[in-house]
Design a protein around this ligand. Structure first.
Ligand code: PGA
Length: 254
């Protein structure tokens, strides 16, 4: 069985002190625990340490994620963060391949594949994002497009524990636009992703990998997505920036 996951991607929002306040608020909202739901928050890099301290002090029931990583161990890579640096501050997850990184910063599937390997070598769980732009959806080629991303992003990966590799399907046209995909749209692609994972890693592994939906997910619509067979949770942008709305999504998943 796959535990559901609700992950909050703060993107480039919240200063250090604002991030601490948000994490404290979330710890209060979730002080009764999250049942079998895995909860993850992904603050900006400079906020990670502060949020790690809140998690430790409050014994908060959520895990820490970075939003990006570089695949080298150390060296002359100005502005980048190594996987070992994430280990050292207690980040146990890392988002990779977000459409904003692919679109604005030119990240390729090859980069994403290298990042996944580097993270897994450090026992950090990748939350690997995929998803089609509007023109691909309108041309009816979204399933083939995403399957191709999955094949490239997972090439040569060795997955021993399937709970330690997470995929987020985020149709680009639904991110931050208020335009959500329907639950059936999400299931169509998430089902195709699981089928592809089964071809690559075998059915048993594929059945253990969480596939999240992302794109204008909010308290009012998350339950509909979670009802779908191959949707195991949500990657949440805007609605993760307030403790009460994010906690409401966690509770909807419990
Ligand atoms: P959104 O962002 O929930 O604000 O649409 C989701 C994401 O990009 O991860």
């Amino acid at each position: 069985m796959r535990n559901r996951m609700i992950a909050g991607n703060w993107k480039m929002n919240k200063t250090y002190s604002e991030g601490v306040v948000l994490a404290q608020g979330l710890a209060r909202e979730l002080e009764g625990g999250t049942g079998s739901v895995d909860v993850v928050v992904a603050p900006p890099a400079v906020d990670l340490k502060g949020v790690a301290e809140v998690i430790e002090q409050e014994q908060a029931p959520f895990a820490l994620s970075a939003q990006n990583v570089y695949w080298e161990e150390s060296g002359a890579f100005t502005g980048e963060t190594a996987p070992g640096m994430l280990n050292a501050i207690g980040a146990t997850y890392c988002i990779i391949g977000h459409s904003e990184r692919r679109g604005y910063f030119g990240e390729t599937d090859e980069d994403i594949n290298r990042k996944a390997k580097a993270l897994m070598a450090h026992d950090i769980v990748p939350i690997s994002c995929c998803g089609e732009p509007l023109e691909v959806r309108e041309a009816g080629e979204h399933v083939a497009f995403v399957v191709d991303q999955i094949k490239k992003d997972t090439e040569g990966l060795e997955i021993e524990d399937p709970s330690k590799y997470v995929i987020a399907y985020e149709p680009i046209w639904a991110i931050g636009t208020g335009k959500t995909a329907t639950a059936d749209d999400a299931q169509e692609v998430c089902g195709a992703i699981r089928k592809t994972l089964a071809e690559i890693f075998g059915q048993e592994k594929a059945d253990g990998i969480r596939i999240l939906y992302g794109g204008s997910a909010k308290p009012e619509n998350v339950a509909g997505f979670l009802e779908k067979e191959d949707v195991d949770g949500a990657l949440v942008g805007g609605a993760s920036l307030k403790a009460d709305s994010f906690a409401a999504m966690v509770k909807a998943a419990m």
